[in-house]
Design a protein around this ligand. Structure first.
Ligand SMILES: C[S@@+](CC[C@H](N)C(=O)[O-])C[C@H]1O[C@@H](n2cnc3c(N)ncnc32)[C@H](O)[C@@H]1O
Length: 270
């Protein structure tokens, strides 16, 4: 296949997927990277597109849930107009509840960041990697508006909602569309949060987990895992303790574990 022909084929698939109802809100950077990888694996472009669709479904995980982005943005604006903390928190809680990862964290949210920051110290700067809707928990972090809060995800309305919320809070709008499997974050910070995504990240992209953690320019890594399986209610603590221990066995990093009912957290000093 001549080089230009191959490029055209790749762009045609990227365009078709970027226009599709299911993936029109997904980062084109992500779609393009997957198309290039799968075209290198499959001679038949139809097969390549099928493989990309399958991977996108696992990566975007639409089954984990989404809020109504534009309606919730309007609700946030209204809540901030009242200036009432209770009202603002109520809207944030509803948004957090709409996605499985943050919903599972709600029962422990009051203690979650207090216990983590008791170990790491209160950060002046944060990287929230594969953030989902977690930045909407900012009010439960007890941090000032001067915090440099970098958040990375690959779903356009998620990043837009987070930046709208950051502006309302008086934070700099530092959420960005960035596929962290394509480009590891370059920003420096006190801590990086990589919450409940590492096993999926390794399944979706191969063994990129440790190189990502290794590259991050932070003093503390905060890596977490679900403590209970989504459907069966089975404990996952032993399995993920072993998984993470084996992954970072070669590193001279200090690790402090916190076990919450629904989440297993490792604070790792690099
Ligand atoms: C399971 S959710 C976890 C959300 C959040 N960390 C939490 O625990 O509340 C995974 C999130 O990672 C995002 N994601 C998946 N792959 C990504 C990538 N390569 N780069 C950036 N974000 C990614 C998804 O869009 C989704 O919002």
């Amino acid at each position: 296949m001549p080089a230009l022909d191959k490029l055209d084929r790749a762009e045609a698939i990227v365009e078709a997927l970027s226009r599709s109802k299911k993936y029109r809100d997904t980062s084109a950077q992500t779609i393009r990277a997957l198309v290039n990888e799968e075209l290198a694996r499959h001679r038949n472009p139809k097969e390549a597109e099928k493989a990309v669709r399958k991977r996108l479904h696992n990566i975007m995980a639409p089954y984990l849930g989404d809020p109504d982005y534009s309606a919730e943005r309007a609700e946030l604006e209204k809540a901030f107009e009242t200036g009432e903390d209770a009202h603002i928190r109520q809207v944030c809680l509803r948004i957090l509840k709409s996605h499985e990862s943050t919903d599972e964290r709600l029962p422990i949210l009051d203690r979650f960041y207090d216990e983590i920051f008791a170990i790491t110290g209160k950060p002046g700067s944060i990287l929230d990697i594969a953030c989902g809707l977690n930045p909407l928990a900012f009010r439960w972090m007890g941090l000032p508006a001067s915090t440099q809060f970098h958040a990375y995800d690959i779903l356009i309305p998620r990043i837009e909602l987070i930046n709208a919320y950051f502006r309302l809070e008086g934070l700099a709008p530092l959420a960005q569309m960035n596929d962290v499997a394509v480009q590891f974050p370059q920003e420096e910070a006190d801590i990086a949060l990589f919450l409940k995504e590492l096993p999926r990240f390794e399944r979706n992209y191969g063994k990129l987990g440790l190189p990502l953690l290794d590259t991050l320019k932070v003093r503390w890594l905060v890596v977490s895992f679900p403590a209970i399986s989504l459907h069966g209610g089975r404990s996952l603590v032993e399995m993920y303790r072993r998984y993470f221990g084996e992954m970072i066995a070669g590193k001279a990093w200090r690790i402090i574990e916190i076990t919450f009912d629904s989440e297993l957290v490792f604070c790792v000093e690099k």
